[in-house]
Ligand binder design. Structure first.
Ligand SMILES: Nc1ncnc2c1ncn2[C@@H]1O[C@H](COP(=O)(O)OP(=O)(O)OP(=O)(O)O)[C@@H](O)[C@H]1O
Ligand SMILES: [Mg+2]
Length: 326
C-alpha cells in the first residue's frame, strides 16, 4: 500500500483539469474533461470529488484510480459486451470511441441501500417494483433490481423512472432496452462474482451505454463512460457483512458513501456553501480509493504524480491513428 506521505505531498498537485491544444472544444462534466476528435473521444479523469451533484474538492490520485478501475473492468468484461476503450496513453486518460449515449443511466442494485432504501421506507416500492414488507436496510435482494434514471443536464439531479417508462417515454426503443437490461444484469453478476473473490461485495452500480452505427446501418450496443468504479458503485467488505448486518450495524464501506456521510454530518446535503475538507480527510479518502483499487485489481498502485507530457502522448496516438487510416 502506498505511503501516506506520498499522498500528502500530492495534495497541492492534484489534477483538477486538463486543457489540450489543437483538439477543439473541451467538454467538462463533474469529474471528466473530454474532447471529441472525429469518431473518438479523449477522456481525462480528473481528481475532482463530486457529491450531491456538486464538485466539493480534489483527492490525490482519485482520477488515476478511477481510470485504472474502469480500464481493468472494461478489459475483463469484453466477453459480455464491447466497450468504448481504445487506448490509455496516460494513467488518467482514455481514448475511447465516441458513441451515441442512451439518455438513461442503468442502475443495478444487489442490496437495499441508498436511495432505494429511502424509497422503500416511504412505501415498499423501488422504481415501480413492489417489494415484500419488512425488509431491512442493507438486506440482499433475491435477484438484483434494475432501476433506471434519466440523465439530467449539468446542475440538475437525475430522475428515477421505471423500466416501463424508459420505453413508454420513447427514451430507448423496446428491443434495444431488452438488450440493455440483459447486458446490465450480466455485467453485474460478473462484477459481483469477481468482487467476491476479492472479499468484496459489489452492492450496486451505474452503467452508461451508447450505440455506434455500423456501415450497413445496424447499431451495436457499447458499454461507455466508466464501469464498476468507486464513483459509480458501492463496495462493501464481504466477510464482515453478515455479522454486521445481523447486529444492525452499517456494512464496512469502500466507496464514496463515507464521503457523503462525512458531508451530511457537517450539515451539507448539496445546497449552500461548500464545506472545506481538511487535508487529513482528503488523504484518508485517497487511501480508501487506492485500497479499493488494489483489492479489486490485485495490482499495486503506482502513482502518477505529473501530468507533463500528456499533450505529446495524445498527439502521438492520433499521429499513428491517422497514418493507419490512410
Ligand atoms: N464513449 C462516450 N461517448 C460519448 N459520451 C461519453 C462516452 N463516455 C462517457 N461519455 C459521457 O461523458 C461524460 C463524462 O463526464 P463526467 O463523468 O464528468 O460527467 P458527469 O458529471 O457524470 O455528468 P453527466 O451527468 O453528463 O453524466 C458523461 O456525460 C458521459 O455520459
Ligand atoms: Mg459521470
Amino acid at each position: 500500500m502506498i505511503d501516506r506521505d506520498i499522498v500528502k505531498a500530492q495534495l497541492k498537485n492534484t489534477f483538477t483539469e486538463l486543457t489540450l491544444n489543437g483538439f477543439g472544444e473541451k467538454y467538462s462534466g463533474k469529474v471528466r474533461d473530454s474532447y471529441i476528435v472525429g469518431d473518438k473521444r479523449i477522456i481525462f479523469t480528473s481528481d475532482r470529488l463530486s457529491a450531491f451533484d456538486r464538485i466539493i474538492s480534489s483527492i490525490p490520485f482519485k482520477g488515476q484510480v478511477l481510470n485504472g478501475m474502469a480500464s481493468y473492468w472494461f478489459a475483463k468484461t469484453e466477453h459480455i459486451i464491447p466497450n468504448h476503450l481504445l487506448a490509455e496513453p496516460h494513467p488518467n486518460v482514455l481514448i475511447s470511441k465516441q458513441v451515441n449515449m442512451l439518455p438513461v443511466e442503468v442502475i443495478v442494485r444487489g442490496y437495499l441501500t441508498g436511495s432505494a432504501w429511502r424509497d422503500y421506507s416511504a412505501g415498499n416500492e423501488v422504481s415501480g417494483i413492489r417489494l415484500p414488507e419488512g425488509m431491512k436496510r442493507s438486506q440482499r435482494f433475491e435477484t438484483p433490481l434494475l432501476t433506471p434514471s434519466t440523465k439530467a443536464e449539468m446542475g440538475l439531479h437525475d430522475e428515477a423512472i421505471s423500466c416501463d417508462e424508459v420505453v413508454s417515454r420513447g427514451l430507448v426503443d423496446e428491443a434495444l432496452w431488452e438488450e440493455v437490461k440483459r447486458k446490465a444484469l450480466e455485467l453485474f453478476k460478473f462484477g459481483s462474482d469477481d468482487a467476491a473473490k476479492r472479499n468484496l461485495i459489489l452492492v450496486d452500480t451505474k452503467y452508461e451505454f451508447g450505440t455506434i452505427t455500423n456501415s450497413d446501418g445496424s447499431k451495436t450496443l457499447i458499454l461507455a463512460d466508466e464501469v464498476h468504479t468507486q464513483d459509480s458503485s458501492r463496495y462493501w467488505v464481504l466477510d464482515s457483512y453478515k455479522e454486521r448486518y445481523n447486529n444492525n450495524l452499517e456494512p464496512q464501506m469502500l466507496d464514496k458513501e463515507f464521503v457523503r456521510g462525512h458531508l451530511i454530518e457537517r450539515g451539507f446535503m448539496g445546497d449552500g456553501d461548500l464545506p472545506l475538507l481538511s487535508d487529513e480527510f482528503r488523504v484518508d479518502t485517497a487511501m480508501k480509493y487506492i485500497e479499493a483499487y488494489e483489492r479489486l485489481t490485485g495490482k499495486t498502485f503506482i502513482p502518477a504524480t505529473e501530468l507533463s507530457g500528456i499533450q505529446e502522448k495524445i498527439e502521438a496516438f492520433f499521429a499513428v491513428h491517422k497514418s493507419e487510416q490512410k
